[in-house]
Design a protein around this ligand. Structure first.
Ligand code: FES
Length: 361
């Protein structure tokens, strides 16, 4: 770690004072801690001072020490320890922090640093001639998935190329840095795969809706292979013919389905013989009372654990209001739990209590 010292006296301003807005923000931070622990606000206060001045001056360190009623050395040691604090003036319009840690380095951060050296200054922490830009190499900023990246103030600019970095530097140099949208600089949403979705492309439909007209089980159709990204060669389709594997012959999907049907008929869920919980009958006496769909049904999705699909299933069962659910007795709760194959989730999520409170509204 490099030695971090305060800037020379000749660049240090004589005094420092928080402006009115920052003063109240700083006092707010101090109030977050018990009186005898207000020294804990040292990092936020230094950060506010840096945002106001552009860097941490000696005068600001003295001012923060005074506000927190702690010795000057206690604040100085924090300011000189953490590399987030700039101890000398940096670019007035932007200080570019280029991540040089392994993922960013493997994806081209050295080329980004070469751009900074050419456009700003050969040396880190030195400004360009106009004093508007400066740069430094930093360690991982936590956006490795979109490497390589830079950080300016609190924003990250990711998936960079040399050309895009040049454009970003142009914008900051001209004072138009706010026009650049932070985040990925290519056509991707946050850290989603750059080439589009590669997983979770099959929508599983509820068991009650899974029968085709011919009575066969089916999944919803997936997008055609022409629009799907290529799958790895190791992927085995559920409709693929039987394939020999190192651990023996893999059964074809048809054979697996036959076996599953035979197990279901025999009342066993798996080869280990676990009992399948039969769904309760719709004619069961414990089925909760139904009602016709009212003019304005309650939004059952407000119950934690109920999503749009589940709301649809409940509506199919004639359940439309919080008041209905609030009245469910134990046997009725068990019936719904069994029907939805929830294994106790209704009790765990306490639907009845939730529904009672929502019904009061
Ligand atoms: S390695 Fe660059 S952000 Fe993590």
């Amino acid at each position: 770690m490099s030695v971090r010292r305060l800037a020379d006296e000749n660049v240090q301003p004589e005094s420092f004072k928080f402006n009115r807005e920052n003063s109240s923000v700083a006092k707010g931070w101090i109030k977050k801690y018990p009186k005898e622990r207000k020294a804990s606000a040292v990092i936020p206060l230094l950060m506010i001072a840096q945002e106001q001045e552009g860097w941490v001056t000696k005068a600001s360190i003295e001012h923060v020490a005074g506000m927190l009623e702690i010795p000057y050395i206690r604040v100085l040691e924090v300011a000189t320890f953490y590399t987030q604090f700039m101890l000398k003036p940096v670019g007035s319009r932007a200080h570019i922090q280029v991540c040089g840690t392994t993922p960013c380095m493997l994806r081209g951060s050295e080329k980004l640093m070469a751009v900074c050296k050419r456009r700003i200054n050969q040396s880190q922490f030195e400004t360009n001639e106009a004093g508007t830009l400066s740069w430094e190499e930093v360690e991982c900023q936590g956006a490795c998935v979109n490497a390589p990246m830079i950080m300016v103030a609190k924003d990250t600019y990711e998936d960079l190329t040399e050309e895009r970095l040049e454009e970003i530097l142009d914008a900051f140099e001209a004072g138009n840095g706010n026009d650049i949208k932070p985040g990925p600089q290519i056509d991707r949403i946050y850290s989603a795969p750059a080439g589009g979705m590669t997983t979770l492309q099959t929508e599983i439909v509820p068991s009650t809706a899974r029968k085709s007209k011919a009575g066969k089980s089916e999944f919803k159709k997936q997008p055609s292979s022409a629009t799907k990204p290529a799958r790895p060669a190791s992927h085995v389709s559920t409709t693929a013919p039987a394939v020999d594997t190192p651990v023996g012959k893999r059964k074809s999907a048809e054979a697996q389905q036959k076996e599953k049907a035979a197990r279901a008929k025999a009342g066993t869920h798996s080869p280990k013989g676990r009992q399948a919980a039969a769904a309760p009958s719709l004619d069961d006496k414990n089925r909760p009372p139904q009602m016709q769909k009212p003019a304005s049904a309650d939004d059952l999705k407000r119950i934690s654990g109920v999503g749009p699909k589940l709301e649809g299933v409940l509506n199919d069962l004639g359940i439309y209001t919080f008041a209905q659910i609030a009245k469910w007795k134990k046997a009725e709760r068990d019936w719904v739990d069994g029907y939805l194959r929830f294994k106790g989730r209704i009790e765990r999520d306490n639907w009845v209590k939730q529904a009672k409170e929502l019904a009061k509204e």
